[in-house]
Design a protein around this ligand. Structure first.
Ligand SMILES: Cc1ncc(COP(=O)(O)O)c(C=O)c1O
Length: 403
């Protein structure tokens, strides 16, 4: 059976060059970088080299990079660490309704301990209105947190403009750039970002490693206390091999950014066009202007069918896609991102995300285009909603009719 992997926003394969540079750190170079003897010295240099590579990718100083365990940790650290460090200054956070749960649930937890959070809404395309952000600022606002790009729709947010607003009001600015890094140019200076999160497994490095950029001079309470690793900013013995792998993945991302993005964009556009040409009654979830979305991401609702059923049927052809974050949580609730975009509930349930990688081939896309229309039609033929559509008598069908 073919194996076509179109779920790169969930995770990416470790790149061969990344794995090659990691292996020695599991075998001969096994030392603890905090040790003063030869075994420790052997690996501490490798960590600093990796730090330089990560810093180069986002245009900051190596000393501003802290190695962490994953993107979720970075978001928690940035938000909770700011709230603790600046609690005397204010208790108000501004974020958006479409953030990853690593941000949203962190904010919700902080609300329980007395912080106030404004969740800025998005429009039906998932776009933000910058005036809403500026209007939400009060003299108690200590943090603005907006993702660089959305994991479900691929929508790219105007981070540099939001950074300018944060700078104007002297408010700290955090951006979850987990989906943007490696797919878009990310420059923390140009964007005026103070805190930024990278996750290794989204960019060809292994799971269990990431990086948090902390602008020099930014007071941030650590999340993990204990050892004095990372200059006291993140306790815990370093994941040396993972960090070395992250450094290599960042080096490769910097070297091939444009060419990889162009390749993914061409194939994503081919997929999008092919699906819209072949299948009626579908809805694009995300910005209609493809350039306002990540070059690898396409999210579509196929009316009358469940996204989960479509995924299982595609899986039988060896095609891996995703139906948004709902399936990963095992929840029957449609995704909060679809909800925030006012996508009608049954269409939200049918939303399907295809996220390409730089290793995706044209023949992979053509195979999806070959099997998808019949698969959708087969599922529609079995769907009670589709049956109901023929009678033209339910609210869902009226919504779908307007597509
Ligand atoms: C936008 C975004 N932020 C944060 C995360 C969490 O990253 P991690 O899986 O490394 O904890 C993800 C993972 O899907 C993501 O897409």
């Amino acid at each position: 059976m073919k194996r076509i992997y179109l779920d790169n926003n969930a995770t990416t394969p470790v790149e061969p060059e990344v794995l090659d540079v990691m292996l020695p750190y599991y075998r001969e170079a096994f030392g603890n970088p905090s040790s003063v003897h030869w075994a420790g010295r052997e690996v501490s240099g490798a960590i600093e080299t990796a730090r330089e590579k990560v810093a180069a990718l986002i245009n900051c100083a190596p000393a501003e990079i802290v190695f962490i365990g994953c993107g979720s940790e970075g978001d928690n650290h940035a938000i909770k660490g700011t709230c603790e460090a600046l609690a005397g200054k204010g208790n108000h956070i501004i974020t958006t309704a479409v953030e990853h749960p690593a941000v949203l649930e962190t904010c919700e937890a902080l609300e329980k301990s007395g912080f106030e959070v404004t969740y800025i809404p998005v429009d039906c395309d998932g776009a933000l209105n910058l005036d809403d952000i500026e209007r939400a600022i009060t003299d108690k606002t200590i943090l603005i947190s907006v993702m660089w790009a959305n994991n479900e729709t691929g929508n790219i947010y105007p981070i540099a403009q939001i950074g300018a607003i944060a700078r104007k009001y002297n408010i700290r600015f955090h951006s979850d750039a987990v989906q943007a890094v490696g797919k878009l140019p990310v420059d923390v200076q140009k964007a005026n970002v103070d805190l930024l999160v990278i996750s290794g497994h989204k960019i060809g490095a292994p799971k269990g490693v990431g990086a948090l950029y902390i602008r020099r001079g930014t007071r941030l309470t650590p999340l993990l206390h204990g050892g004095h690793q990372e200059r006291g900013r993140r306790a815990g013995t370093h994941n040396v091999a993972g960090i070395v792998g992250l450094g290599k993945a960042c080096e490769l991302a910097a070297a091939h950014l444009q060419e990889r993005a162009a390749h993914m964009r061409r194939l994503r556009d081919r997929l999008e066009q092919g699906i819209f040409d072949a299948i009626p009654e579908i809805k694009l979830n995300g910005h209609p202007d493809r350039d306002q979305r990540l070059p690898n991401t396409l999210n579509v609702s196929f009316a009358y069918i469940e996204g989960e059923s479509l995924l299982l049927n595609l899986d039988m052809y060896g095609i891996a896609a995703s139906s948004g974050s709902a399936c990963t949580s095992g929840s029957l609730e449609p995704s909060h991102v679809m909800g925030a975009m006012c996508v009608e509930v049954s269409l939200a349930h049918s939303s399907t995300r295809f996220s390409l990688g730089h290793e995706t081939k044209q023949e992979d896309i053509d195979f999806v285009l070959e099997v998808l229309p019949d698969t959708v039609q087969r599922l529609r033929d079995m769907s009670p909603l589709y049956d109901c559509k023929k009678q033209q008598n339910c609210a869902t069908c009226q919504t779908v009719k307007r597509l």
